[in-house]
Design a protein around this ligand. Structure first.
Ligand SMILES: Cc1ncc(COP(=O)(O)O)c(C=O)c1O
Length: 387
């Protein structure tokens, strides 16, 4: 099946549910078993049968199946947030005494988790240059247990060479974990590129409408049970209503993302032409250093990128941001609406320096008409110049 067909059909079987097109919302805590024997053997499977509400209902499984199939993984598990997915996935591999390699460009709360939860518990966390590629081999130690990637970094947009990192990792039998929130299961079939455990903030494009908090971890066959058991041990559970909304959003991820990418390219190219702008950081632009890897490995790009202004003071940056009417100021991304944030990156770097030569702002481009978005940015830049 081609991927848009899969997206339409995976994770549902209307014949099983009285012809209903969508998997209904199943609510339960207790599940009742017909015999003591069946009750006592309820855990002998792959966590994919209904046994107790915390472990999921048919609504949860439908979402997990659709996402896993789209990305080319073995199975998936939904958790309460993207950060919960990161914490559980890493915890499945990092124990006291282990060495863990983390990209220096990771999402800041991932770094906080490593510093506040892992390091004090005896995990040797080491950050590496996201552009290291095959050179990661030099950093592997006898007690290295996993390599964590985020491609591209969601503020600075360095593309990581996942196949090269995976070759080095797999030669030593180590798993590659990747935050694939930007690529999504639709635009980055991460398992074909060597990822073993793929992590998503489903809050972003999967749910896609800025109204759900959720994470999803997809794994290959080999790493499914360690990850799934860690999620079970933490007691994570997601509501069936949220799973229903996330699956409803996921059905249209293809059309949304393709349109948003077109809009983002138009806005990014316009920004590149502006004298106030020093650089646009978007791997889908031909001049971007990450373009060759993006072109080789991805089927498309999320509508999330940053740009660096020529040096201006904080007041001018604030005047720009506050003048925008269509770009709202807020965390997160992946919904249908445009957003702006100022990226404060310097304090989160330890293995590499981030010094782009001007303030860095991040935009998420929504489904508005890109001509209107450009006009909005033009209004902001006029204010910036007036300060
Ligand atoms: C790249 C990336 N990963 C993970 C997360 C965390 O997701 P959530 O907000 O669903 O916990 C975010 C959220 O902004 C993100 O940008």
């Amino acid at each position: 099946m081609k991927k848009d067909t899969l997206l339409t059909h995976a994770g549902r079987d209307p014949r099983k549910y009285e012809g209903m097109v969508n998997m209904p919302v199943f609510r339960t805590s207790t599940v009742i078993f017909p015999s003591l024997e069946q009750y006592e053997t309820r855990e002998g499977d792959d966590f994919k049968s209904v046994r107790y509400g915390r472990h999921g209902t048919p609504t949860t499984f439908a979402l997990e199946e659709a996402v896993a199939k789209m990305e080319g993984g073995y199975q998936a598990v939904a958790v309460p947030s993207g950060l919960a997915a990161i914490a559980a996935a890493i915890s499945a591999f990092a124990k006291s005494g282990d060495h863990l390699l983390i990209s220096d460009s990771v999402y800041a709360p991932t770094r906080n988790f490593c510093e506040r939860q892992l390091r004090p518990n005896g995990v040797a966390v080491q950050y590496y240059d996201p552009l290291i590629g095959a050179g990661i081999e030099q950093l592997l130690q006898p007690d290295t247990r996993a390599i964590f990637c985020e491609t591209p970094g969601s503020l600075t947009f360095e593309m990581q060479d996942i196949p090269a990192i995976a070759r080095a990792a797999h030669a030593r039998g180590l798993p590659v974990l990747a935050d694939n929130t930007w690529g999504t299961p639709y635009f980055f079939r991460s398992f074909e590129r060597g990822v073993d455990v793929s992590i998503h903030s489903a809050t972003k494009y999967i749910a896609g409408h800025s109204d759900v908090m959720m994470g999803i971890i997809v794994t290959n066959d080999k790493h499914w049970l360690p990850v799934r058991k860690t999620v079970a041990d933490y007691g994570y559970s997601v509501s069936p209503e949220d799973c229903y909304l996330a699956l409803r959003g996921f059905r249209t991820i293809g059309v949304r993302m393709k349109q948003q990418m077109q809009n983002a390219l138009q806005v990014a190219r316009w920004l590149e032409s502006r004298p106030e702008v020093k650089r646009v950081l978007y791997p889908a632009l031909q001049g971007d250093p990450g373009y060759p890897i993006w072109k080789r490995d991805f089927d498309g790009a999320a509508a999330l990128f940053s740009f660096v202004l020529n040096p201006v003071g904080g007041q001018a940056v604030a005047a720009f941001v506050n003048a925008l009417e269509l770009f709202s100021i807020g965390s997160s991304w992946g919904g249908y609406e445009s957003l702006v944030t100022v990226a404060r990156i310097e304090k989160y770097r330890t293995a590499t320096e981030w010094n782009p030569g001007g303030p860095t702002l991040r935009l998420h481009i929504g489904l508005e008409d890109p001509d209107d978005l450009v006009a909005d940015l033009e209004r902001g830049l006029a204010k910036l110049r007036s300060v």
